[in-house]
Structure formats: structure tokens, C-alpha cells
Design a protein. Sequence first.
Length: 522
Amino acid sequence: MPTVNIDGKKIEVEDGLTVIQAAERLGIEIPHYCWHPGLSISGNCRMCLVEIEKQPKLQIACNTRVAEGMVVQTGSERTKAAQRAVLEFLLLNHPIDCPVCDQAGECKLQEYYMDYDRQRSRMALPDKVRKHKAVPIGPLVMLDQERCILCARCTRFVDEVTKTHELAIFERGNHCEVALAPGKTLDNPYSANVVDICPVGALTSRDFRFRARVWYLQKTDAVCGACANGCNIEIFHREGRIYRFQPRANPDVNQYWMCDAGRLSCHGLQGESRLLEVLTRGTDSFAVGEWESAVGGLASTLRDPAGGVAFVVSAQSPNEELYLLRRLAARAGAMVAGVSWSPADATGDDFLVKADKNPNTAGLRLFGLDGGASLDAVWDAIEAGRVRVLVLHRSDVVGWASGASKRVREALERVPYVAVLDTHGSETAQYANLVLPLATYAEVDGTVTNHAGRVQRLREAVPPPGAARAGWSVLADVVARLEPGLTIASAEQVFTAMAAEVPALAGIDHAGIGPHGVSVRA
């Protein structure tokens, strides 16, 4: 393993590592545009030129491998002069539209100009090369050719990652431009990743354009709940509203990418269909209730159900909720149906998208809830009069029913007491005696287990709207009423109790899960 000296700091690294990667490990930024760790090395922007001892010319750090005894200077006068020259060339024909550019605040041209350049342009404004602006090239992506610096990240992405080849660079010299290949539209399942990797404002999101300035937004590390892959994401939000999802790097799950469906799923988490109040069944309609009485009433019903109890719980539930539901069902002597439901037309691919559209199917297995009663067994028990209380947790059984919807509706009408705990209103909730509004996965602390058995952290990005509460909090209140003296005040406490009971989680603490999760046998 060679030892390299960068700006007076020594580091030992593995063979084959590049100078830019070694510098990154030392916390030294080498400016770059075309290099991206998830793509092949292009080496065309020349922004990462550095001075290497005994080398007569400056070398690009993105494609220079470290060698034993190598001495690198990233801030020498020769390097600084090269950086200023590169930036001047890149800015020669760049438009003066920073105030209206949606990349402002995330633009590497802006940042590097302030950090490494700060010289006036020698190009007169009328002499700049004009290209096409605000060209929609796909459902999610807008192209501004004038802003493009030809780093070729986008073309490499569609050639190397999606292998769909929608984009290419055409023309020559300062008339070069990124454009759609003949007959193509940028409409693959991962198209919006080109927006994430564009270092300037050439490719912007048609979904996010002009909705918010990024410097007003906060971001929270999280996990996408759109399918069983559990892609790592950043949630961008402000004042309780989610504005966008972007991928967060995790080499064990999603590398640097995420699918378009997962990216757009942020909109479904907030909207008119959200349940915002506790609802209790009145004579003719629902009435708004209070949490204290609602939870107390549910606990009393489960303590003395005057008949059988059945739970239906879906793989949309985080691990903490599954654990508490299992504990609650055991206390109530209930039959439990753990359901991992996906639409009939759900599809996946051999990259990131899974046909299983549930974030925690592996969690059902982890807690032994996948091998219990089936939904049909629940309906059979109801029809036989053996179920008097039915608890539906994140389970839209009417929406799932398809051809069996008549049987499901009749079963729901037959049960004397139905409790629905969910995030969104549905036809299923219309049959309930009690409706409890829950938080979505973007509004809670907790964990989920992806298809490969990796337990990953959920974090509260925004508070639940209205009267909605975290599912673990609601269930902990119910359990506490059935187990006097029990107090659970956080998702971390629930995880600690889980780890003590579930062999696969033994020795794992909440903080130890880390940003990339931890693999368990699910």
C-alpha cells in the first residue's frame, strides 16, 4: 500500500486509488467537474490539475494513480493559475442568468468562481455563443445548452448506468452541445439522476424548478419507502413541507442513484388524502375524537374483546411498529396476518427497482409475522363469527381486494369493532369504528429492513401534520395500558427492546446502525 504526501499530509492508501480520492480521504478538496465516483473517468474538464513533484507538467488528479513517495501540491501557484485559466475558458460563453437559474446555491461554477477565480470576463456579452435554452428533453428534465460545460457526466450516465443512450455531444469547438440522440427522449426509469450529477444549471428538474431556493431548504438523511430496495435518500424540506427527494450514496444499497418513481413518491406523502384527526364512529358519521380517549378505548376493547381479535399489518410498517404490534397481538391473543401487498402491475428491474413495493417485507420475516394467518384466513374467521375486533394497521384491505372486494366489504360490515391505523384516508377507513392518523416514513424515527436484510434508519424530516402521530408512539401507548408500568418514550427505546428479543438484532444498538445501515439475517 503506497504512502502519498498531499499538501504536507501523509496517507497510506490501497493500490490503484487516484490522487483525487486520496485527497478526499484527507479532507482536501480538489475542484472538479467531470469526475464522478459512479462513472468512468473522462478527464476532460481539467479543473483538477495538481502539481506533482518530479513531474514536468501539471497532472489531472482524477486519472493519476497514487504511487509510493508521491508528493502532491493542490494549492501551488502553478495549480492556482491553471484553475483560473480553466474557469475563464468555461465561463467564456456562459450566460449571465445566475439570478434566475434554478441551480443557484448548488452550482459548482458559482462556488469555484468565488473560491478559485474572481477575475473579470474578457469576453464581450454580444460575442458569446448562443444555444438553446429551457428545452424539455423528457418528462422530468429540462436542458439549457448555454449553461452546459460539457463535463459529459450525463452522457456517461445514460451510456454506462442505464445503457439507454438518449444523450450525446454534437458539433465541434465552442459550438459543442449536449442534445438528445435522434429519435430519443430522456424517459428511462432513472432519468432524473442526470439532474443530480449535473454540476451546473444545464439540466434541471421539471418537477422541482422554481418551487424553492435551495438555501432555504433543510435536508435530512432518510430511506425511500417506494419499494423493497430501500434506497438511501436526502429529504429536502422547509417549514413542514417536503420539496424533493435526492439519492444519498450507499455502496451497499443504491450506489449514487435512485429511480424516478421513488423520487416522485415524495408528493404522495403530503396531500388532501392525509388523515389529520382522530375519528370515532357516531350514529350517522364520524366525529373528531381525542387521542387519550381513543387510545384508552382501543386498549379496553383489546383487553376485553368479548370475542376473537384479528390484526392485519402490512409491510409498509417500520420495524418498531411491527415489534409493538406483535407484542400487542400476543397480549390480546389475536390472530395476525402480515401482508406484503403490491399492485398487480408492479414491476422491477435488475438494478434498483424491486417489484415488491413495500419498504419492510423483510421486517415481517424478521419478526415472524409473514408465516401467520393469511388474509383469507381472517375473512374465514370473520364469516364464522370468531372475530369480534379487527385492527388494520397500514392496511387498505378494500383497496387490495380487487376481485374479492365484495367479500372484504361484507366481512368488514360484519365485524362489530374495526380500528384503522393509517396515514391516508381510504375506502377501508369508511368501515371503521375508530380511525387513528399515523405519520409517514418521512415523519418518524425508526428502522426498516430492505430486501437484502439490511436494517436502515428512518429519521423525522418534518413533523406529522394535524393530529397524526408516529405509529410506534401510538402502539406504545396502547401496550402501556395493557402492561401497567411500561414506559416507552422514543423509537430508540423500542429498538433496544427489539434487539433484546430478536436474535438477528442482538448486539446492535440504535446509534450503531450508522448512515449506511447494518446487515442482519432477515
